[in-house]
Design a protein around this ligand. Structure first.
Ligand SMILES: Cc1cc2nc3c(=O)[nH]c(=O)nc-3n(C[C@H](O)[C@H](O)[C@H](O)COP(=O)(O)OP(=O)(O)OC[C@H]3O[C@@H](n4cnc5c(N)ncnc54)[C@H](O)[C@@H]3O)c2cc1C
Length: 255
């Protein structure tokens, strides 16, 4: 059996766990997430979603009972079919679809500068009493960027046998970051603070889109899951030149 090592292990796949995992993963860490019961945690399975589904049924029944106030009448009393209310709440939890659009504009964004070198840089360093360095690289807030994107996800969960549950997930994400402004280098105007190497890191060095699909089967104490992720193409500086990396798909199976 091979031993896998992770930078971070997150306990719980509720509301907080997966988004934290995503951020840590974006920061380059290898992350594992462990869930002891149901993915989605309290909010999806027992908190926000089911309670709001029950409230929606109560609201509809209440309104129907006040038909006279709204100018209609029903033939007979409005009875509550509690098992049907619960079935509806359950269905609302099991079928989940989300679409998110985001537009994030950042002014004075902090980024790592190009590596600046040459006689002019050495002179500036020398004037600051730095005599043992010939290159300079530093954090600068010389940048305005806008990131736009969309994320779509859908989940279906169903009881496919008495003791067997199947969960299917699908998702698509696409994001693009553009540079709106780069401040000039006020000390050495001929040397740009940010150029291809550094700008690629912010704009093109992440896959331009991502498609994920997963299936999980839980039967008693046994569970098996299969995940597939397709990462879109990206462009980044590799060694000395800009290079385009082709899309790639990864598969992961756990039992
Ligand atoms: C009735 C109710 C209604 C709510 N309505 C709303 C609402 O309308 N809007 C809103 O914003 N919030 C609402 N909330 C609050 C919301 O549910 C929580 O804020 C949210 O779920 C917190 O997310 P979390 O990831 O911190 O924890 P959780 O969602 O509770 O996730 C924790 C996860 O960790 C897992 N776990 C715990 N221990 C272990 C372990 N040892 N090993 C492995 N896994 C483990 C659990 O199984 C669980 O899946 C409601 C809560 C309740 C109870």
């Amino acid at each position: 059996m091979s031993i896998q090592k992770f930078d971070v292990i997150i306990i719980g796949a509720g509301k907080a766990g997966p988004s934290l995992a995503g951020r840590l993963n974006d920061a380059g860490m290898k992350v594992a997430i462990i869930e002891r019961h149901l993915v989605g945690g309290t909010c999806l399975n027992t908190g926000c979603k089911p309670t709001k589904a029950l409230v929606a049924s109560a609201y509809a029944i209440h309104t129907a009972r006040r038909g006279a106030d709204y100018g209609f009448s029903l033939n007979g009393p409005v009875d509550i079919d509690m098992p049907a209310v619960e079935v509806r709440a359950r269905k609302v939890i099991l079928d989940s679809r989300t679409v998110d659009y985001f537009h994030i504009a950042i002014k004075d964004r902090i980024a790592l500068s190009e590596t600046l070198s040459g006689a002019a840089v050495t002179a500036v360093l020398k004037a600051a009493n730095i005599t043992n360095a010939s290159q300079a690289r530093f954090f600068t807030n010389a940048l305005d960027t806008t990131t736009q994107g969309v994320e779509v996800s859908a989940t279906w969960r169903g009881q496919i046998a008495r003791d067997a549950r199947l969960t299917l997930n699908g998702g698509y994400a696409r994001a693009k970051t553009r540079v709106d402004r780069i401040a000039p280098n006020s000390v050495l105007p001929a040397l740009p603070l940010l150029a291809t190497t550094t700008l690629d890191l912010l704009t093109t060095a992440q896959p331009e889109d991502k498609i994920i699909g997963s299936a999980q089967l839980d039967a008693g104490i046994f569970g098996v899951s299969v995940n597939a992720t397709r990462f879109g193409p990206f462009k980044a500086f590799s060694v000395l030149q800009e290079q385009v990396f082709s899309p790639t798909t990864t598969f992961d199976m756990t039992a």
